[in-house]
Design a protein around this ligand. Structure first.
Ligand code: 6PG
Length: 240
Protein backbone atom coordinates (compact mmCIF):
# COMPACT_ATOMS: atom_id res chain seq x y z
CA UNK A 1 0.00 0.00 0.00
CA UNK A 2 1.34 3.46 -0.78
CA UNK A 3 -0.03 6.76 0.38
CA UNK A 4 0.59 9.95 -1.60
CA UNK A 5 -0.51 13.30 -0.16
CA UNK A 6 -0.94 16.32 -2.44
CA UNK A 7 -1.39 20.00 -1.65
CA UNK A 8 -4.71 20.23 -3.47
CA UNK A 9 -7.36 18.21 -5.29
CA UNK A 10 -5.94 19.60 -8.55
CA UNK A 11 -2.48 18.21 -7.72
CA UNK A 12 -4.01 14.91 -6.61
CA UNK A 13 -5.98 14.68 -9.84
CA UNK A 14 -2.96 15.49 -12.04
CA UNK A 15 -0.97 12.76 -10.29
CA UNK A 16 -3.82 10.29 -10.70
CA UNK A 17 -4.05 11.12 -14.41
CA UNK A 18 -0.32 10.39 -14.75
CA UNK A 19 -0.82 7.05 -12.97
CA UNK A 20 -3.79 6.24 -15.25
CA UNK A 21 -1.66 6.93 -18.35
CA UNK A 22 1.25 4.87 -17.01
CA UNK A 23 -1.01 1.90 -16.25
CA UNK A 24 -2.64 2.23 -19.66
CA UNK A 25 0.71 2.21 -21.47
CA UNK A 26 1.88 -0.81 -19.47
CA UNK A 27 -1.31 -2.80 -20.05
CA UNK A 28 -1.50 -2.02 -23.77
CA UNK A 29 2.18 -2.93 -24.20
CA UNK A 30 1.83 -6.21 -22.29
CA UNK A 31 -1.72 -7.28 -23.18
CA UNK A 32 -2.83 -5.15 -26.10
CA UNK A 33 -5.61 -3.46 -24.13
CA UNK A 34 -6.37 -1.51 -20.95
CA UNK A 35 -9.43 -2.61 -18.96
CA UNK A 36 -10.14 0.14 -16.46
CA UNK A 37 -12.92 0.68 -13.91
CA UNK A 38 -14.00 4.26 -13.34
CA UNK A 39 -15.14 5.56 -9.97
CA UNK A 40 -18.31 7.56 -9.59
CA UNK A 41 -19.11 10.44 -7.29
CA UNK A 42 -17.55 13.88 -7.65
CA UNK A 43 -13.89 13.49 -6.64
CA UNK A 44 -12.73 11.87 -9.91
CA UNK A 45 -14.26 14.60 -12.11
CA UNK A 46 -11.14 16.78 -12.03
CA UNK A 47 -8.93 13.82 -12.95
CA UNK A 48 -11.26 12.82 -15.80
CA UNK A 49 -11.24 16.40 -17.10
CA UNK A 50 -7.42 16.42 -17.06
CA UNK A 51 -7.36 13.16 -19.02
CA UNK A 52 -9.71 14.63 -21.63
CA UNK A 53 -7.77 17.90 -21.82
CA UNK A 54 -4.15 16.75 -21.66
CA UNK A 55 -4.02 13.06 -22.64
CA UNK A 56 -5.85 12.91 -25.95
CA UNK A 57 -2.60 12.08 -27.76
CA UNK A 58 -0.78 10.48 -24.85
CA UNK A 59 -2.99 7.43 -24.40
CA UNK A 60 -3.92 4.87 -27.07
CA UNK A 61 -7.62 5.42 -26.31
CA UNK A 62 -8.90 2.96 -28.90
CA UNK A 63 -7.34 0.20 -26.85
CA UNK A 64 -9.02 1.41 -23.66
CA UNK A 65 -12.06 -0.52 -22.42
CA UNK A 66 -14.05 1.34 -19.78
CA UNK A 67 -16.10 -0.22 -17.00
CA UNK A 68 -17.76 1.14 -13.84
CA UNK A 69 -17.27 0.17 -10.22
CA UNK A 70 -20.86 0.90 -9.39
CA UNK A 71 -23.97 2.66 -10.59
CA UNK A 72 -27.06 4.15 -9.14
CA UNK A 73 -30.47 2.68 -10.07
CA UNK A 74 -31.20 5.46 -12.51
CA UNK A 75 -31.29 5.77 -16.31
CA UNK A 76 -28.07 6.85 -18.07
CA UNK A 77 -29.09 10.49 -18.52
CA UNK A 78 -30.18 10.99 -14.91
CA UNK A 79 -28.16 13.58 -12.99
CA UNK A 80 -27.12 10.91 -10.43
CA UNK A 81 -25.74 8.55 -13.07
CA UNK A 82 -22.02 7.81 -12.75
CA UNK A 83 -22.04 7.01 -16.46
CA UNK A 84 -23.47 10.46 -17.21
CA UNK A 85 -20.76 12.21 -15.19
CA UNK A 86 -17.93 10.21 -16.75
CA UNK A 87 -19.35 10.66 -20.25
CA UNK A 88 -19.77 14.42 -19.98
CA UNK A 89 -16.30 14.98 -18.48
CA UNK A 90 -14.26 12.32 -20.30
CA UNK A 91 -15.85 9.57 -22.38
CA UNK A 92 -17.59 11.86 -24.89
CA UNK A 93 -14.22 13.48 -25.62
CA UNK A 94 -11.84 10.55 -26.15
CA UNK A 95 -12.11 7.66 -28.66
CA UNK A 96 -12.26 4.75 -26.21
CA UNK A 97 -12.73 1.28 -27.70
CA UNK A 98 -15.82 0.55 -25.68
CA UNK A 99 -17.77 1.72 -22.64
CA UNK A 100 -19.41 -1.04 -20.62
CA UNK A 101 -22.24 0.76 -18.85
CA UNK A 102 -24.06 -0.70 -15.85
CA UNK A 103 -27.69 -0.44 -16.94
CA UNK A 104 -29.17 1.46 -14.00
CA UNK A 105 -32.48 1.72 -15.80
CA UNK A 106 -33.08 -2.03 -15.34
CA UNK A 107 -34.27 -3.66 -12.11
CA UNK A 108 -31.04 -3.79 -10.05
CA UNK A 109 -30.80 -7.61 -9.83
CA UNK A 110 -31.25 -7.84 -13.62
CA UNK A 111 -28.68 -5.11 -14.20
CA UNK A 112 -26.16 -6.86 -11.92
CA UNK A 113 -26.64 -10.23 -13.63
CA UNK A 114 -26.34 -8.63 -17.06
CA UNK A 115 -23.14 -6.84 -16.08
CA UNK A 116 -21.61 -10.00 -14.64
CA UNK A 117 -22.40 -11.74 -17.94
CA UNK A 118 -20.77 -8.86 -19.79
CA UNK A 119 -17.61 -9.33 -17.70
CA UNK A 120 -17.58 -13.09 -18.41
CA UNK A 121 -17.83 -12.37 -22.13
CA UNK A 122 -15.19 -9.65 -22.13
CA UNK A 123 -12.64 -11.50 -19.99
CA UNK A 124 -13.55 -14.92 -21.43
CA UNK A 125 -13.00 -16.52 -18.06
CA UNK A 126 -14.80 -18.23 -15.24
CA UNK A 127 -12.11 -16.98 -12.84
CA UNK A 128 -12.45 -13.62 -11.17
CA UNK A 129 -11.73 -10.98 -13.85
CA UNK A 130 -8.47 -9.06 -13.47
CA UNK A 131 -8.90 -5.40 -14.34
CA UNK A 132 -5.72 -3.48 -15.12
CA UNK A 133 -6.80 -0.54 -12.95
CA UNK A 134 -9.74 0.12 -10.65
CA UNK A 135 -10.36 3.69 -9.53
CA UNK A 136 -12.25 4.12 -6.26
CA UNK A 137 -13.38 6.83 -3.90
CA UNK A 138 -14.52 6.57 -0.31
CA UNK A 139 -17.50 8.14 1.39
CA UNK A 140 -17.30 9.87 4.78
CA UNK A 141 -18.89 6.66 6.11
CA UNK A 142 -16.05 4.53 4.74
CA UNK A 143 -17.96 3.04 1.82
CA UNK A 144 -16.27 2.42 -1.51
CA UNK A 145 -17.91 1.74 -4.86
CA UNK A 146 -21.39 0.92 -3.55
CA UNK A 147 -20.12 -1.31 -0.78
CA UNK A 148 -21.78 0.52 2.10
CA UNK A 149 -21.39 -0.22 5.82
CA UNK A 150 -23.57 -3.07 7.15
CA UNK A 151 -24.90 -3.95 3.67
CA UNK A 152 -25.13 -7.44 2.19
CA UNK A 153 -22.76 -6.82 -0.72
CA UNK A 154 -19.66 -6.54 1.48
CA UNK A 155 -19.89 -10.24 2.42
CA UNK A 156 -20.41 -11.54 -1.14
CA UNK A 157 -17.55 -13.71 -2.41
CA UNK A 158 -19.27 -15.82 -5.10
CA UNK A 159 -20.53 -13.07 -7.38
CA UNK A 160 -18.70 -10.37 -9.35
CA UNK A 161 -21.55 -7.85 -9.54
CA UNK A 162 -24.51 -7.54 -7.20
CA UNK A 163 -27.53 -5.39 -6.46
CA UNK A 164 -26.96 -3.92 -3.02
CA UNK A 165 -29.88 -2.49 -1.04
CA UNK A 166 -28.66 0.58 0.89
CA UNK A 167 -31.34 1.29 3.46
CA UNK A 168 -29.70 4.51 4.62
CA UNK A 169 -30.04 5.92 1.10
CA UNK A 170 -33.43 4.28 0.54
CA UNK A 171 -32.16 2.82 -2.73
CA UNK A 172 -30.49 -0.22 -4.30
CA UNK A 173 -27.14 0.25 -6.01
CA UNK A 174 -25.29 -1.97 -8.50
CA UNK A 175 -21.70 -2.67 -7.47
CA UNK A 176 -18.60 -4.74 -8.18
CA UNK A 177 -17.87 -7.04 -5.27
CA UNK A 178 -14.77 -7.23 -3.08
CA UNK A 179 -13.24 -10.27 -4.86
CA UNK A 180 -13.30 -8.47 -8.21
CA UNK A 181 -11.75 -5.31 -6.79
CA UNK A 182 -9.09 -7.29 -4.94
CA UNK A 183 -8.15 -9.18 -8.11
CA UNK A 184 -7.17 -5.98 -9.92
CA UNK A 185 -3.58 -5.43 -11.05
CA UNK A 186 -3.83 -1.94 -9.56
CA UNK A 187 -6.32 -0.14 -7.32
CA UNK A 188 -6.13 3.64 -6.81
CA UNK A 189 -8.23 5.47 -4.24
CA UNK A 190 -8.85 9.16 -4.89
CA UNK A 191 -9.78 10.91 -1.63
CA UNK A 192 -10.15 14.65 -1.14
CA UNK A 193 -11.79 16.84 1.48
CA UNK A 194 -11.95 17.24 5.25
CA UNK A 195 -15.11 15.15 5.46
CA UNK A 196 -13.13 12.02 4.55
CA UNK A 197 -10.37 12.53 7.16
CA UNK A 198 -12.00 10.54 9.97
CA UNK A 199 -12.83 7.53 7.79
CA UNK A 200 -9.37 7.64 6.24
CA UNK A 201 -7.72 7.60 9.68
CA UNK A 202 -9.81 4.57 10.68
CA UNK A 203 -9.04 2.74 7.45
CA UNK A 204 -5.32 3.53 7.18
CA UNK A 205 -4.31 3.73 10.83
CA UNK A 206 -7.11 2.25 12.90
CA UNK A 207 -8.18 -1.36 13.07
CA UNK A 208 -11.33 -0.44 11.21
CA UNK A 209 -14.10 -3.05 11.32
CA UNK A 210 -14.66 -3.70 7.59
CA UNK A 211 -18.38 -3.98 8.18
CA UNK A 212 -18.29 -0.38 9.33
CA UNK A 213 -15.62 0.79 6.88
CA UNK A 214 -15.88 -1.38 3.74
CA UNK A 215 -12.97 0.41 2.07
CA UNK A 216 -10.83 -1.50 4.61
CA UNK A 217 -11.72 -4.70 2.71
CA UNK A 218 -9.75 -3.60 -0.34
CA UNK A 219 -6.41 -5.47 -0.47
CA UNK A 220 -5.29 -6.14 -4.05
CA UNK A 221 -1.85 -7.75 -4.50
CA UNK A 222 0.68 -5.12 -3.41
CA UNK A 223 -2.07 -3.11 -1.75
CA UNK A 224 -4.04 -0.13 -3.03
CA UNK A 225 -2.48 3.24 -3.79
CA UNK A 226 -4.03 6.18 -1.91
CA UNK A 227 -4.00 9.56 -3.63
CA UNK A 228 -5.05 12.09 -0.96
CA UNK A 229 -5.24 15.82 -0.63
CA UNK A 230 -3.98 17.43 2.58
CA UNK A 231 -7.49 17.95 3.95
CA UNK A 232 -8.36 14.28 3.68
CA UNK A 233 -4.96 13.32 5.15
CA UNK A 234 -5.18 15.88 7.99
CA UNK A 235 -5.80 13.30 10.76
CA UNK A 236 -3.14 10.80 9.68
CA UNK A 237 -0.35 10.45 12.24
CA UNK A 238 2.52 10.55 9.81
CA UNK A 239 1.82 12.42 6.60
CA UNK A 240 3.31 10.10 4.01
C1 6PG B 1 -20.59 6.62 -6.14
C2 6PG B 1 -19.18 6.17 -5.92
C3 6PG B 1 -18.86 6.27 -4.48
C4 6PG B 1 -17.96 7.49 -4.34
C5 6PG B 1 -17.91 7.96 -2.90
C6 6PG B 1 -17.18 9.29 -2.82
O1 6PG B 1 -21.31 6.01 -6.92
O2 6PG B 1 -20.92 7.66 -5.52
O3 6PG B 1 -18.90 5.01 -6.46
O4 6PG B 1 -18.23 5.15 -3.93
O5 6PG B 1 -16.64 7.15 -4.79
O6 6PG B 1 -19.24 8.13 -2.47
O7 6PG B 1 -17.93 10.25 -3.52
P1 6PG B 1 -17.39 11.75 -3.73
O8 6PG B 1 -16.20 11.62 -4.63
O9 6PG B 1 -18.53 12.47 -4.38
O10 6PG B 1 -17.03 12.27 -2.37
Amino acid sequence: MSVHVYSSQEELSAAAAREFAARAEEAIEERGRFAVVLAGGSTPETMYAILARDYMDRIDWNRVYVFFGDERSVPPHHEDSNHKMASEVLLDHVPVANVHRMRGELPPEEAAEAYEEELRTFFRTEDVPRFDLILLGIGADGHTASLFPETSAIEVDDRWVVANPVLRLDTTRITLTVPVINAARAVVFLVAGEDKAEALKEILEGDADPRAYPAALIHPPGGPQWFLDQSAASLLRELQ
